[in-house]
Design a protein around this ligand. Structure first.
Ligand SMILES: *Cc1c(COP(=O)(O)O)cnc(C)c1O
Length: 360
C-alpha cells in the first residue's frame, strides 16, 4: 500500500486508522449484512451513528444541551446566506470582519439577499496579512461574523475577538475546528465544512446556542430554517449519511488521541517545523505577520516563480502533494490539519532544507 504526504487545503488527508476501519466495515457494517451507505437513516443502527457523532462534538468542545449540534449539507458556502436569512431581521445590521476571500464571500451573500451589512474591520488594505484586532461595530448589530482561520491567506485568530457580550458572535471555523481548545460559550453559532479538519466532503457541522436559535426567523423556505433541522436532529430530510459516519469516526479518533489539548500541541509542533525554516532562512518567506500565523494553512513564497514551480514539481516527485498556493494568491501553501501525520510535516521540512541548499 502506498500513502503520499497530503498537504491539500481540502478535501484532504484523513487518519489512516479511520480509513482502515471504514474499509473493514464498508461492505458489512458490524455483521449487519449491509454497508452504512445502504442503511436507512431512520434505522436504529444509523440513529446510533449520528448520535455518537453529536456526542463526540459535545465532549470535544465541552458543551451541553444548551447547544444544538447539526450536520447539514450545502457546504460552508450555504451557511454564508443561511446565517443572515435566519439571524439578521430587518432593521438590524450584519457585521463582518473581512480577513480574506471566505469572509468576503460571506459578506457578499448577506448583501445578495438584501441585508444591511457593515464591515467592522478589514485587513484588505494590507493584502490580508494580519487579523484586525480593533473592531468598529455598528448600531443595531444582529451579530458579528468572523472567519477564525483563513485557509487561503494563512492567518488565524489565536485569541477570541473582543466584542460586547450582548452581541452574538458567529464564526466560520471550517479550517481550524477541533485543532485546539477554545471557549465555545463565547459563540452563538459556529460552522465548519467537514472536509478540512474533521472528515470527508459532504457535510457541514453547525453548532448553535439554543437561546440564539430561538431568535431565528422561521418564515423561510423549510430547508433554509435552522429550526427545521434542529427539530428533527439533522434528519428532516435524508442527511449525508456516509459523510456523517466518517466524521464521527474522525472525531472519535481525535478524542482517543488526546482531544483538543493533545492536538493543539501536535499542531504547534507540526507548524513549527515550517515556521522555523522561514525564521532562519531568507529563501523561504512567510506571507503573514508572525503573531497571526495559522497553525493549519501555511503559505510561503520562494525567491522566484520559477523556483516555486520547481519546488512543487520536485516535492510531488517525492510524494508530497497539494503544495501549490491557492490560485488567487499564487506561491506555495502547506495545509497541516489534525489528520496530517507529524512525519509528513517533518518530511516536508527536510525537503525544504535540501531544496534551499541545492537552489540558493
Ligand atoms: C473551504 C472553506 C469554505 C467553503 O467551504 P465549502 O464547504 O466548500 O462551501 C468556507 N470557509 C472557509 C474558511 C473555508 O476554508
Amino acid at each position: 500500500m502506498k500513502r503520499v504526504h497530503i498537504f491539500n487545503a481540502g478535501p484532504t488527508v484523513l487518519p489512516l486508522e479511520v480509513l482502515q476501519e471504514v474499509q473493514k466495515d464498508l461492505v458489512d457494517y458490524k455483521g449487519k449484512g449491509l454497508s452504512v451507505m445502504e442503511m436507512s437513516h431512520r434505522s436504529v443502527e444509523y440513529q446510533g451513528i449520528i448520535d455518537n457523532a453529536v456526542a463526540s462534538v459535545k465532549r470535544l468542545l465541552n458543551i451541553g444541551d444548551d447547544y444544538e449540534v447539526l450536520f447539514l449539507q450545502g457546504g460552508a458556502s450555504t451557511q454564508f446566506y443561511m446565517i443572515p436569512l435566519n439571524f439578521c431581521p430587518d432593521g438590524k445590521v450584519a457585521n463582518y470582519v473581512d480577513t480574506g476571500a471566505w469572509s468576503a464571500k460571506a459578506i457578499k451573500e448577506a448583501k445578495n439577499i438584501g441585508k444591511d451589512v457593515h464591515v467592522a474591520a478589514s485587513s484588505k488594505d494590507k493584502d490580508y496579512t494580519f487579523i484586525p484586532k480593533e473592531l468598529s461595530i455598528s448600531e443595531n448589530a444582529a451579530y458579528v461574523h468572523i472567519t477564525s482561520n483563513n485557509t487561503i491567506r494563512g492567518t488565524e485568530y489565536h485569541i477570541d475577538p473582543n466584542i460586547p457580550a450582548d452581541i452574538p458572535l458567529i464564526a466560520d471555523m471550517s479550517s481550524d475546528i477541533m485543532s485546539k481548545p477554545f471557549d465555545v460559550k463565547k459563540y452563538s453559532l459556529i460552522y465548519a465544512g467537514a472536509q478540512k479538519n474533521i472528515g470527508p466532503a459532504g457535510t457541514t457541522l453547525v453548532i448553535i446556542k439554543k437561546d440564539f436559535l430561538k431568535t431565528a426567523n422561521i418564515n423561510l423556505p423549510t430547508m433554509m430554517a435552522y429550526k427545521t433541522h434542529a427539530d428533527k436532529g439533522s434528519m428532516f430530510n435524508t442527511p449525508p449519511t456516509f459523510a456523517i459516519y466518517v466524521v464521527g469516526k474522525v472525531l472519535k479518533w481525535i478524542e482517543d488521541k488526546g482531544g483538543l489539548e493533545g492536538f493543539a500541541k501536535i499542531n504547534q509542533e507540526k507548524a513549527s517545523y515550517l515556521y522555523n525554516i522561514f525564521d532562519s532562512s531568507d529563501f523561504y518567506k512567510g506571507t503573514v505577520v508572525k503573531e497571526d500565523r495559522s497553525l493549519m494553512n501555511i503559505p510561503f513564497r520562494l525567491p522566484t516563480e520559477e523556483l516555486e514551480k520547481k519546488f512543487i514539481a520536485e516535492a510531488t516527485a517525492k510524494d508530497m502533494i497539494g503544495l501549490k498556493g491557492h490560485r488567487s494568491v499564487g506561491g506555495c501553501r502547506a495545509s497541516v490539519y489534525n489528520s496530517l501525520p507529524l512525519e509528513s510535516a517533518k518530511a516536508l521540512s527536510e525537503f525544504m532544507v535540501e531544496f534551499e541548499k541545492n537552489n540558493k
